[in-house]
Every structure is written in C-alpha cells, then in structure tokens.
Design a binder for this molecule. Sequence first.
Ligand SMILES: NC(=O)c1ccc[n+]([C@@H]2O[C@H](COP(=O)([O-])OP(=O)(O)OC[C@H]3O[C@@H](n4cnc5c(N)ncnc54)[C@H](OP(=O)(O)O)[C@@H]3O)[C@@H](O)[C@H]2O)c1
Length: 328
Amino acid sequence: MRTTKLGNSGPAIGVVGLGCMGMSEFYGQANDAKSIEVMHHAIDIGVNFFDTADMYGSGKNEELVGRGLKGRRERVVLATKFGVVRGEGGSFKGVSGSPAYVKQACDASLSRLGVDYIDLYYQHRVDPSVPIEDTVGALADLVKSGKIRQIGLSEASEETLRRACKVHPIAALQTELSLWSRDPEGGLLEACRSLGVTFVAYSPLGRGFLTGQIKSLDDLAPDDWRRNMPRFSAENFPKNLELVKKVEEIAKAKKVTSAQLALAWVLSRAPHVTAIPGTRSIQRLEDNAKATDITLTDADSRALDDAFPKDAAAGPRYPEQSMKQVNA
Ligand SMILES: NC(=O)c1ccc[n+]([C@@H]2O[C@H](COP(=O)([O-])OP(=O)(O)OC[C@H]3O[C@@H](n4cnc5c(N)ncnc54)[C@H](OP(=O)(O)O)[C@@H]3O)[C@@H](O)[C@H]2O)c1
C-alpha cells in the first residue's frame, strides 16, 4: 500500500483508507460481525486510515468501529467527525460548531469509540452561525489536552480553509471527489497542496455507482438512502448509467475493475490525495486496495475525460437542502 503523510506532520496513512459509514446506515442492511472482519482484514493488508462520524447510525457506527479496533487501535489512524446533529429517531437537527458543542461531542465520540484519543477530528459541516476561528480554537484546545491529535474539516470552502489554517494547522480536508464529482479540481486541490493539507476524497466510487455494479434502482434496497439522491432519481439514473458504461469499457480494456479505475483516477489527481472507499466486503476491500498499483497513462486519463467530462453527471451531488451545507 502506497502511503502518504497526514498533513504536514502526521503519521503515515495508506492512500486507500476504509470508509465505515455504510456498515451502520444509509446503504441497506449490514452485518456487524462481517463489518468487523472487514476492519481486521483492512488492518492486515495496510488499509490503516479508518473513517467514521458521530452521526453515522446516530453513534452506532462509532461503537462498531470501536469494537473492530479492540486490541488493534495503535495500528490504525482513526478519524471521526462532529457537527451534524441528530435527534430522536435519527432526525437531522442541523449543524453545530460552537466551542461548547465541539468539546461535548468529542467526549461522546471518545466514549463510543472506547479510545483515549482520536487521530483526526473533523468538523463534518461548517456551521455558518459560528466563526470558523471559534470552532478551530476549540479544536486546538482538544489537541492541547491530548484528546485529538490533528484537526480536519469536511466540505469547507477554500476561504474557510484558509481562515482555519491561520488559527491552527489543518491536517486534512475531506470532500467528495470522484469521476462524477470533480469540483475540487477547480482550485481546492491546489489550495490544499499549498497549505500542507491532505485531501481526503469521500465517496470516491460515486456511492457505488461508478463501480458498474448498480445497474438498476431495483439493485438498491427499498430503504436505501441513495434513492433520495438526485443522481439516483428515476430521471437521472439512466443518463448516468450511460456514462458509467463507458468507464466500464475503459476498465475492461485495461484489465482492471471499474472500481479500481475510478479509485486510480482519484489518486492520480495529486500526490496529497487519499481516498476512503466504503465497503462491507473483504473481496471489495482487496479490490480497492490494489487500485494503488494501477498507473494511469495520459491516454487513460484522456479516455476517462472523454467518457466522463467534468459536470457531465446528471443531477447535483445532494438534494437541494443539503447542497446549501457543502463548500461552505
Ligand atoms: N464527509 C462527508 O460528508 C462524507 C459523506 C459521505 C461519505 N463519507 C465517508 O466516505 C466513505 C466512502 O463513501 P461512500 O461509502 O459514501 O461511497 P463510496 O465509497 O463511493 O461507495 C461505497 C459503495 O460502493 C460499494 N463498493 C465498494 N467497493 C466496491 C467494489 N470494489 N466493487 C463494487 N462495489 C463496491 C459499497 O458496497 P458494499 O459496502 O456492499 O461493499 C458501497 O455501496 C464513507 O464510508 C464515509 O466514511 C463522508
């Protein structure tokens, strides 16, 4: 596994990490025992950068990751997030970045994860009602107290990131980046490089769509949250499927899987880019880890650009309300 440094001064992380979100919510039924096997296997093959958040499964995902890490905690660079507040029955209650909330959320995450410290603690969404300087100030206090090692932001704009970096070094920016979500190429990636911030690409497989394994909406469980996503709507799904078919052809010619090609494309954006694909399967985990061995030629990149031009995806990344909270 190729590794990179997390931020300017952090530990080495595999450039392909493990997104744990789908193990507890959003993508249909999951099996805790199998998910823990995936976590253990990930550690054994060098996939050491784990991603969770307090809001995934309303805390259940952090508890699950905590169980998976028992006896193995030191072998993993553990990232979690705060800021998306959920209420009874999993309702979404908005975003909070107030200093008091940051500290309370961190203690709750440490307890659910069963660990003494978090390696990378992200603000999940920027709170427009709290100056970023105040939120990062509270996070800097957590670094001083040893509860967290490094600070990250998710879906922050370039301007917010620059302001945050003036308060405390920011180790990572986690934002969606994939063949069908290419906005960070327009300046954010370069800003991260110049600020010494690792770019962590979330949903690098387009929430599974870019792997070519989702051929019809019937492939998703009735309660699968992707059914609410604009790119999976009855209108947009077939248009996006046509684009994915072209990616599949390129992958076939290169004798790799579409998932591997999609990940190799993300990793080829810049040396400070890492990807955190989510999976609940050991076979897919291995498939994804091997993407680090793939080199994209200029011809491959051109073919992918032709197959999936920037902004070609039908539909925005999120429903309208959630789009207001990204790149903030
Ligand atoms: N910061 C944020 O706002 C934010 C938002 C979304 C996600 N995230 C993080 O990013 C992580 C990854 O994103 P994501 O899970 O949304 O999407 P993703 O990684 O793009 O795709 C995950 C989906 O792809 C499937 N998959 C994985 N590897 C595959 C392979 N080799 N072949 C075929 N299918 C494969 C998975 O199915 P199986 O599980 O069944 O294998 C799952 O349905 C999450 O787990 C979470 O930690 C962060």
